[in-house]
Write a protein that binds this ligand. Structure first.
Ligand code: B16
Ligand code: MG
Length: 207
């Protein structure tokens, strides 16, 4: 491994709970319930695709302009939550593993679907631990398309075969494999088939 590419939500920090609170608020406004189990379907999925899934759960259809307004409402709520994040919310092992890799000369990149990744890295005070940051503001196609990870490898100046992706979502594992990279799943094999290895969190990667 010459390069390690990390997903953000579910690997470095658990922002899924804040996505959930914001999506649930939107569902309430639209007049239906949205459960934590429903929210599992949104992990690693882009914002507009997430909205489509939420509307399907509620059996609601909205015109395109309304959908844009709904997504903006949700994002404003979500940004309120993540604006209060601090380093105490880093997942176990995240900072230590990033630091250990860089000490070993392994390059590090972020490969996230989130358009809010810059704010999250700043709040967690870990922006300086990445040699490259590729997020939802920089790619056209969301995971499972390999674009986000291919761009990460390119920015590190490495071949895909020299990179390992750390991911907690099925779409992300699929994207890593399609990019020609090895994939370490954060989670269980039953839920994340197709990876090359499975760990519970980055604390286990520290060895
Ligand atoms: P935003 P990741 C993903 O982050 C989240 O898992 C997913 O739930 C979210 O919809 C997506 O980012 C877009 O986030 O609305 O902030 O642009 O796991 O790819 O780091
Ligand atoms: Mg994720």
């Amino acid at each position: 491994m010459k390069g390690a590419i990390f997903d953000l939500d579910g690997v470095i920090v658990d922002t899924a709970k804040y996505h959930y609170l914001a999506w649930r608020g939107l569902a309430e406004k639209l007049g239906f319930a949205f459960t934590e189990a429903d929210n599992e379907r949104l992990k690693g999925v882009s914002r507009m695709r997430s909205l489509d899934i939420l509307l399907t759960v509620g059996g609601v259809t909205l015109p395109e302009a309304e959908k844009e307004r709904a997504a903006a409402w949700k994002n404003a709520k979500y940004v309120e939550y993540i604006s209060r994040l601090d380093a105490g919310e880093l997942l176990p092992g995240a900072r230590d593993y990033l630091t250990a890799l860089r000490e070993r000369g392994v390059k590090t990149a972020l490969g996230s679907a989130s358009k809010n990744a810059g704010l999250i890295l700043a709040r967690l005070d870990i922006a300086g631990l990445f040699d490259a940051v590729v997020d939802g503001t920089r790619v056209e196609k969301a995971k499972p398309d390999p674009e986000v990870f291919r761009l990460g490898a390119r920015e590190l100046g490495l071949a895909p075969a020299d990179c390992v992706v750390f991911e907690d979502a099925a779409a992300g594992i699929e994207a890593a494999k399609a990019a020609g990279m090895r994939a370490v799943a954060i989670g269980r094999p039953e839920l994340l088939p197709g990876a090359d290895a499975w760990i519970a969190g980055l604390h286990e990667a520290l060895g």
